[in-house]
Design a protein around this ligand. Structure first.
Ligand SMILES: NC(=O)c1ccc[n+]([C@@H]2O[C@H](COP(=O)([O-])OP(=O)(O)OC[C@H]3O[C@@H](n4cnc5c(N)ncnc54)[C@H](OP(=O)(O)O)[C@@H]3O)[C@@H](O)[C@H]2O)c1
Length: 265
């Protein structure tokens, strides 16, 4: 199979994380990757790694099999329309923009293309993104290519488009919820005696360990909680106190509030 060419249009935070993930991953030769943005100096360092860099989107997409649009949602449809004439039929268009539907993208560029929406999160920067992906019925081969791209910056899950807002809330906003929870743990740790640096180190590794317990063992969180909560012990007293103060309830309400808001936008 011919190794596909990939164009990443709008190589800012996310686009760059994807390109760097692809470089590390080695499945696609770097010379097959083209990155674009208007402020070229910000991506010029990629040239040393054999990645093509240009501010001309139309040149980048000409021979690309996959075009990843990592521009802001308000730019997306305009840029897609500008590129329409330069896209070869059968190109896979991947949009990471929040709230722009597959139908809107198809209205902008036509129906000759496979269209995919992907919702990664900022952990892409450290190759630990969770990316939810939906599509308009792409071929198995095209889907595998897209999956490979996003697996190079973490893990991916295929979902239906009607869950894309929910994916944005749980996966992308979710990073902020978890970080706020971690900040609160650090504050608590300082109150019971640790300096901020030590408290952060303990919390960071504890959260990572808790996530790994679930990921590796495939257990429900409550199963792992039961192992820690000795009858009449300090853990259950602490957890119940948190629950009396609305811990789970406030998290669930926050998730639903974010989802209500995203539907308004
Ligand atoms: N960051 C995340 O983790 C994340 C997660 C999920 C989804 N998203 C979505 O992904 C998209 C990108 O987010 P981001 O955080 O990476 O934003 P960003 O850092 O602002 O990146 C967008 C880039 O697009 C470039 N751009 C703007 N107009 C352009 C044009 N006409 N041609 C080529 N490049 C152009 C900008 O660079 P120049 O000004 O130099 O052109 C900018 O660096 C957004 O739609 C966002 O909603 C992001």
């Amino acid at each position: 199979m011919e190794v596909p060419k990939i164009a990443v249009i709008g190589c800012g935070n996310l686009g760059l994380a994807i390109v760097e993930g692809l470089i590390d991953n080695n499945d696609i030769p770097n010379k097959n990757i083209t990155a674009t943005r208007r402020s070229l100096p910000k991506i010029q360092h990629l040239v040393a790694k054999d990645v093509n860099v240009t501010d001309k989107n139309e040149l980048a997409v000409k021979e690309a099999k996959i075009v990843i649009l990592t521009v802001k949602p308000y730019n997306l449809l305009t840029i897609a329309k500008e590129l329409k004439a330069d896209l070869a039929p059968g190109t896979v268009i991947v949009s990471t923009a929040t709230g722009v539907s597959i139908q809107e993208i198809a209205d902008a560029i036509g129906t000759d293309f496979s269209i995919v929406r992907a919702m990664p999160n900022t952990a892409a920067e450290v190759r630990e993104s969770l990316t939810c992906i939906c599509d308009n019925g792409v071929s198995k081969e095209d889907y595998q290519l897209v999956e490979m791209l996003f697996n190079s910056i973490g893990k991916s899950i295929r979902i239906q488009e009607d869950l894309m807002d929910a994916a944005t809330v749980l996966g992308a906003c979710g990073i902020a919820y978890v970080l706020r929870f971690m900040r609160a743990m650090v504050q608590g740790g300082i109150q019971i005696g640790f300096d901020a640096k030590t408290a952060s180190a303990i919390v960071n590794q504890t959260v990572k360990g808790a996530a790994e317990l679930l990921t590796v063992n495939g257990h429900h969180p409550e199963y792992e909680i039961d192992k820690v909560t000795t009858p009449k012990g300090c853990t259950i007293v602490g957890i119940n106190e948190m629950e009396h103060n609305g811990f789970s309830s406030s998290l669930i309400k926050g998730i639903v509030a974010s989802h209500d808001k995203i539907e308004e936008i």
